[in-house]
Design a protein around this ligand. Structure first.
Ligand SMILES: Nc1ncnc2c1ncn2[C@@H]1O[C@H](COP(=O)(O)OP(=O)(O)OP(=O)(O)O)[C@@H](O)[C@H]1O
Length: 270
């Protein structure tokens, strides 16, 4: 049985950017919790504050108000319990290091023996199907393979939660499908807890056990939708299920409402 204890708690999170041209209230009031072993997707209209939310979760940005808690402790900065995978894999990998070197780099901050580091790197590269590519350099690999390296680096770090910000937006459709299946596999076989931000509605329904639909900015959680599809998913049969169509139509409709600024449920505390 997966552990369903509370892993991440977000309470009345608010973020206002201050700038010379005036303040921008990106996040209005967001609250939700996530259990260990869950895969939660976050979608919303363009510019609604998805990246801002993710940066607050990862401790890369300080909220204006509210609380992010990981395992019951406030997140006040980047935490070893979290690993972030960004869309721009090209910029997140070091071209002068080999694939193994890139995956190993963050582990140097952990108190591990060389043998332990080697084992974690080998295991992570196997998990993403790149056991054969350890001696290559990132620039010798396709975009999809480079993103696999970035995912391997996150896995090797053994975070309690992997946070992914539109990680497949820059790859072609076939590669994207393969990478989606990799994320499902990591979640199912390794019980990995994953927060996955995407602008792609079908992707959110295909991957998630829950989909949080955000309102337009200043953002709140317009809907927290349970995705009641079978845990075993594949690109052809799952996407052909009538329930898949119902769920993606529902999320699409919610996002259209969000864009129009229609209040579907009362924003908490507003
Ligand atoms: N550093 C900043 N200073 C001022 N305003 C900002 C800053 N970063 C983001 N914003 C504003 O905050 C709001 C939310 O931006 P954010 O990038 O978090 O949204 P997003 O949903 O990730 O966008 P996209 O759909 O384009 O990926 C937008 O109005 C944006 O212009």
């Amino acid at each position: 049985m997966p552990d369903r204890s509370t892993l991440l708690r977000v309470e009345h999170l608010r973020k206002v950017y201050e700038s010379a041209n005036g303040d921008v209230e990106a996040i209005g009031d967001i609250s939700f919790t996530m259990h260990a072993g869950e895969l939660v997707c976050i979608v919303g209209p363009s510019g609604c504050g998805k990246t801002t939310l993710l940066k607050c979760l990862a401790g890369l940005l300080r909220p204006t108000d509210g609380l992010v808690e990981m395992d019951g402790s406030p997140v006040t900065g980047p935490s070893p319990a979290m690993a972030v995978v960004f869309q721009e894999y090209g910029r997140s990998l070091y071209p002068w290091l080999t694939v193994r070197g890139n995956v190993e780099l963050p582990l140097r901050h952990k108190k591990l023996t060389r043998a332990e580091r080697e084992k974690l790197v080998t295991d992570a590269l196997e998990a993403v199907g790149l056991a054969h590519a350890g001696r290559s350099h990132p620039w010798q690999l396709s975009g999809g393979m480079q993103q696999r390296v970035a995912i391997a680096r996150a896995i090797a770090y053994q975070p309690e939660v992997m946070i992914m910000d539109e990680p497949f937006a820059a790859v072609d459709a076939q590669t994207r499908a393969d990478l989606e299946d990799l994320v499902r596999e990591l979640h199912v076989t390794r019980n990995m807890s994953i927060v996955f931000v995407t602008h792609d509605i079908d992707e959110s329904v295909y991957l998630g056990e829950r989909v949080l639909v955000l309102s337009k900015s200043p953002t709140w959680v317009q809907e927290d939708l349970a995705i009641d599809l079978p845990s075993e998913r594949d690109q052809i049969t799952t996407r052909a299920l009538p329930r898949f169509t119902e769920l993606r139509t529902h999320v699409y409709d919610q996002i259209q409402r969000a864009k129009r600024g229609e209040t579907v449920a009362a924003p908490p505390g507003r």
